[in-house]
Design a protein around this ligand. Sequence first.
Ligand code: AMP
Ligand code: MG
Length: 346
Amino acid sequence: MKTLVLKVNPKKPELEKIRIAAELLRKGKLVAFPTETVYGLGANAFDEQAVKKIFKAKGRPLDNPIIVHIYSLKQLYEIASKIPEEALLLAKRFWPGPLTIILPKKKSIPDVVTANLKTVAVRMPKHAVARALCKQAALPIAAPSANISGKPSPTSAKHVKEDFYGKIACIIDAGRTNIGLESTVVDLSSKRPVLLRPGGVTAEQLKKILTELEVHAVAKAEKSVSIAKSPGTKYRHYAPEAKLILVEGKKEKALAKAVELAEQHAISGLRTALLLIDVKKDMALENVVVKRFSTKLSAARHLFSALRELDEQGIEIIVVNGIDERGLGLAIMNRLRRACSERIRV
Ligand code: AMP
Ligand code: MG
């Protein structure tokens, strides 16, 4: 298949290009587009056949439901059957933005989108390109992250091309995404609000509005628990080709152990990288590729692209230090715990 690549201005997307992509969506084709979190692989959420193409292209298990992206609150009423007061408060505070809200669904949304669940996950993205596309298509857009299932999520059009060039109708290229981790997912479909996936909006921010918020075990990825409510959480995710070892514990101890392990693996002849999260001081180690992020914000933004880059460099072992779960820390730890092949506690 020929893939049309449309290079657009991330702040002021050219309308004529967005219209081309919107028309492809309306015709049932797949279009990859940037959001402020990661790139999404979009289809018309009302079109069952189009949405099926997403599962096929990604190799996504059919029991993993897809988030629906909207442009206006009016569209929320077209797809959700019950909208509690809290949902409107959250929408007012965080939309457009990196927050996904789970609500009881209307029949308008085909079962394939929600993996037969009676609920639908909805988000209003903030990125100017995503907004323009939703507006021009005048449709809710079903879009998971635009990566082959299991791989690190795409934070640039280059990543999307690696996975989908020649396999989908269109890729909108607007450079790098800003937040770098997927949206926060909060379930408002039952009595008590539950945080299912931490992301760009932090648990602390949510608790200011949802005082009763429960942080589900899957949000921490502490155990390999899975729940029927959010089936996507049971799959290993975000994983690089390299073996990823996560060292958890008190900051200084975890850091020291991560350095020690990286040195050992390098000495044993393996191509080794050390990923340092929220570490202020520079570090150089012999025969170890060191990638350092000095803040949680920059770690979130660059984590997935760092994993892809290390794979490109042929790295065999990546050792990474765990961090505290405050603020963006929870989302970063969730991704690392789900991406790693080994977890060590010190
Ligand atoms: P991704 O598309 O890769 O960003 O993943 C979307 C996440 O949202 C997955 O963890 C899904 O399981 C979750 N999700 C989507 N729709 C629902 C829903 N109706 N109920 C619960 N979780 C959902
Ligand atoms: Mg994904």
